[in-house]
Design a protein around this ligand. Structure first.
Ligand SMILES: C[S@@+](CC[C@H](N)C(=O)[O-])C[C@H]1O[C@@H](n2cnc3c(N)ncnc32)[C@H](O)[C@@H]1O
Length: 294
């Protein structure tokens, strides 16, 4: 691991989008100042990735099978001194601004993998894809298998080191890992600034179960807004309601529409169990942008 460096250069298409950074290196949380995780590139050579005796699960995706480590086995690897350990020992799904739930495979990520299978294969081959809040990284891994270059981002570097990267290695050859993958940890606002320095833009942004916090939605929106190519597309998988927090797909749609920069639609509704959806977002082309008068 080291300071940020790009393993490869992406083109600068769409670099005319102005950064609207709301960089916050720290923020107030219940009157306590919390430091947001800084942006870092995580680099582990392919032959040094270890998962030895960990259980491996599989999910079938059409022609492909994605293998991934059993999240419970990975939890056991977290250092005793890590702040994440507290979340695990108290069986919390997340601790805001400390651990954001990346060590679990959330059901919407499987919905998103399912949804991606129905897309035209041209949606992946040669495309630059960013998976935001990747956790286990299943949608990104599926995209890699279909020929995309994928940048995986998670709030916690431990998640990338212990879960995402081993999962990617389980499903890729060394040359794909070396040439078509990048791993970035840190808060969305800081990762955004790092990527903007490299003029990186994406054809597709994938994200699953990342709109549960009303507090961090503006930072998620900004990174999407600033890093998506003008003709790019966002596939966002989420629950219709996150009970107890006020968020969900309708609320997020309203939030996005209010900004007047994207068209956003619910492309699929999954009604088995807790209702979930796949939202698609595209930047409004200049002539179609809504002008907000108030
Ligand atoms: C509930 S988990 C979902 C993980 C995975 N996408 C899934 O569906 O299984 C939320 C993810 O968003 C990331 N995340 C949440 N808030 C974030 C923030 N402010 N900045 C960066 N990443 C964040 C977390 O690290 C975590 O991976």
């Amino acid at each position: 691991m080291g300071d940020f460096k790009f393993s490869f250069e992406l083109d600068a298409e769409g670099a005319d989008v102005e950064p609207e950074s709301d960089v916050q290196e720290s923020k107030e949380k219940n009157d306590v100042r919390v430091t947001l995780r800084p942006a870092r590139e995580i680099c582990i050579p392919y032959d040094q990735i270890k998962y030895e005796d960990k259980r491996i699960l599989q999910v079938s995706c059409g022609d492909y099978i994605i293998s991934y480590l059993h999240p419970q086995d990975v939890e056991g690897l977290i250092d005793e001194k890590s702040e994440i350990k507290e979340a695990i020992t108290t069986h919390s799904d997340l601790l805001p601004c400390i651990y954001e739930g990346g060590l679990k495979v959330w059901e919407c990520s499987l919905d998103l993998v399912q949804y991606l299978q129905d897309l035209d294969p041209a949606s992946f081959s040669g495309q630059n894809i960013l998976e935001l809040g990747c956790g286990a990284g299943l949608p990104g891994i599926y995209s890699l298998q279909k020929g995309a270059t994928v940048h995986f981002q998670d709030y916690n570097e431990e998640v990338l080191e212990l879960l995402t990267i081993p999962n990617v290695q389980l499903n890729t050859k060394p040359e794909v890992y070396k040439e078509r993958c990048l791993f970035l940890s840190g808060d969305w606002s800081l990762v955004q600034d790092l990527l903007l320095k490299g003029a990186t833009r994406y054809d597709v942004i994938l994200t699953s179960e990342t709109i549960y916090s009303l507090d961090s939605q503006p930072r998620l929106y900004n990174i999407i807004r600033n890093l998506l190519k003008p003709n790019g597309i966002v596939y966002l998988a989420a629950k219709t309601h996150y009970f107890g927090v006020g968020g969900g797909t309708r609320q997020f749609e309203e939030f996005v529409k209010e900004k007047g920069e994207f068209e956003i639609e619910s492309a699929k509704v999954i009604r088995q169990g807790v209702q979930r959806e796949i939202l698609e977002m595209r930047l409004l082309q200049p002539e179609r942008k809504e002008v907000k008068t108030s």
